[in-house]
Design a protein around this ligand. Structure first.
Ligand SMILES: NC(=O)c1ccc[n+]([C@@H]2O[C@H](COP(=O)([O-])OP(=O)(O)OC[C@H]3O[C@@H](n4cnc5c(N)ncnc54)[C@H](O)[C@@H]3O)[C@@H](O)[C@H]2O)c1
Length: 496
């Protein structure tokens, strides 16, 4: 028996174990029928051929970690912003429309990196996966719940290696938190509080009245992609897309994918059953300056050393902090690297920073426990490269494989939905499997503020806010869960 065979046997065991630990509900639902026209990717013993889409910002950093491989094509809608990346990889073909790049080069590549604005992650990644290509997609995996479900199912169907860009998932902190909780070190967890100090980009805005001239170097229509058409303004891109509902997911999408991940993984969360959101002024166009979301998760299967009872997760952003845990030293900031996560257990309180960094117990005790998880010795991007090169039948999934990242991202995207439905003044009940709310009364309507018309006239405050017409709340909710795309842009249906 060759070395190779025994390695495969090991990998097979490793895969099963890792899936057992990390598997989200979607992978469990997924059947095994693979598309006859697209066989699963074969194992590779050469460099990956990679296409990058959305390379001017975070994409540039991801590509730098992938320079062991061959970067053969690059696409960015903004050739000025992305110029430094095009220059770094002169051998790569340049595009400003990913559809053209895909039509010319998708069949030549093994893998695609997506680091565009949130609203185009799903449509780009779905096409790549359907062609049997491995994908690395920046967090948030998608802007909406349906899109996360879709990518999870497509990845399972086409057996590609996947990674969401929440790099903390490959870090030591997340493993340690799981090990401590699963060993019963803090007892049963019934409450988790989390926060981020973001947004640091503009939010709480109305749509700019002024139309600006589209720079020659920008493919504005390409940036909009599936989003409804709107005139160009330099406030949207680069970077600030985060704060606009049509393109981003606010502070939640930006930071909850890092901050909440240890809770999702260590507490084996799947779908919430109830959710409520509230915020500072909620406008039609742009995310609010600060938000609070309360999720309720049902009891999960108990683990050998710890039960997993019903749980409340509270999320805060925009500078609002959760209550300080009793016993936390006066003067100690909870904020570590952009936020924090506090697990309230029946025996102790566990606190960590963003990305799961620097976990500690409030009691000061330092648990010594057996380590259950695979230690990830490569960085987040290289561990995905490793997974891409393995045979799908024995592949050890990367730390943020879509089997976990998809259901996790649904949790994050649900927070956005709850905030946007706050005008219903009710706790929303969620049927996760069927992606629908079950208790919005038939005929209920909702409206949202277009213009915050507060002003002082002759020393008197006046409130002349402008709202949308009331719209059917169930339909509004459905649109938040599964977006309606601009003509010409189509997202695949769920394969299962
Ligand atoms: N993992 C992390 O730590 C981390 C850090 C920053 C950003 N991100 C994520 O990366 C993504 C991009 O964020 P950013 O800060 O780099 O934003 P950015 O605006 O700086 O960069 C996005 C790039 O994508 C390009 N782009 C946008 N739409 C495109 C399209 N349809 N086709 C091709 N190119 C397109 C833009 O021109 C720009 O160059 C976001 O989803 C964000 O959440 C992750």
């Amino acid at each position: 028996m060759g070395k190779d065979l025994s390695r495969r046997t090991f990998l097979k065991t490793g895969t099963a174990a890792a899936l057992g630990l990390a598997m989200g509900s979607e992978a469990l639902f997924a059947n095994d029928s693979s598309d006859k026209a697209t066989p699963p990717p074969a194992p590779l013993d050469r460099k990956l051929k990679i296409l990058g889409v959305g390379i001017g910002g975070r994409g540039a950093s991801v590509l730098r970690e992938l320079e062991t491989e061959e970067i053969i094509g690059l696409c960015d809608v903004d050739w000025k912003y992305a110029d430094h990346v095009f220059k770094r990889y002169p051998q790569a073909k340049k595009y400003n429309d990913y559809r053209v790049m895909f039509s010319e080069m998708l069949d030549q590549c093994d893998a695609v990196v997506v680091a565009t604005a949130d609203h185009t992650h799903a449509i780009i990644a779905a096409e790549a996966i359907k062609a049997g290509k491995h994908v690395y997609v920046e967090k948030p995996l998608t802007r909406t719940v349906y899109e996360s479900r879709l990518l999870t199912q497509l990845a399972a169907k086409y057996k590609v290696a996947t990674q969401m860009g929440n790099q903390g998932a490959s870090g030591e902190g997340v493993r340690q938190i799981c090990d401590w909780i699963w060993n019963g070190e803090i007892g049963e967890v019934t409450r988790v509080d989390a926060f981020t100090d973001r947004p640091i980009w503009p939010q709480g805005l109305e749509r700019p009245a002024k139309e600006e001239k589209v720079p020659k170097t920008l493919n504005w229509d390409g940036f909009l992609g599936p989003a409804p058409y709107r005139p160009y303004n330099s406030i949207y891109t680069p970077w600030n897309f985060r704060g606009w509902w049509d393109f981003g997911t606010g502070a939640l999408g930006d930071m909850a994918c890092h901050i909440l991940h240890p809770a999702f993984k260590a507490l084996k969360l799947t779908y919430p059953t109830k959710i409520q959101g509230s915020s500072t002024a909620l406008l039609t166009e742009s995310c609010p300056n600060a938000q609070k979301i309360r999720y309720v998760f049902p009891a999960r299967d108990n683990m050998p050393k710890v039960a997993m009872p019903e749980l409340v997760v509270n999320w805060y952003d925009g500078g609002i902090l959760p209550d300080r845990p009793e016993g936390l030293a006066i003067g100690k900031s909870l904020n570590d690297s952009g936020g924090a996560l506090v697990f309230y257990g029946t025996k102790d309180i566990l606190i960590c920073g963003c990305y799961g960094v620097n976990p500690y117990l409030l009691s000061g005790r330092k648990p010594v426990v057996p380590s259950i998880h695979r230690k990830i010795t490569l960085n987040h991007q290289q561990d995905w490269v490793r997974a891409c090169k393995e045979d799908p039948s024995v592949r050890v999934p990367a730390a943020s494989d879509f089997a976990e990242a998809g259901p996790f991202n649904e949790m994050v995207a649900m927070g956005v939905v709850a905030v946007r439905l706050q005008g219903l003044n009710q706790e929303l009940e969620w049927d996760g499997k069927n992606m629908k709310f079950t208790n919005i009364p038939a005929g209920a309507t909702i409206r949202t503020m277009i213009h915050d018309g507060f002003s002082i006239t002759d020393g008197h405050p006046t409130f002349e806010n402008v709202y949308t017409d009331p719209v059917d709340a169930n339909e509004f909710a459905r649109n938040l869960i599964k977006p309606v795309f601009r003509d010409g842009w189509v997202l695949p249906e769920l394969p299962y």
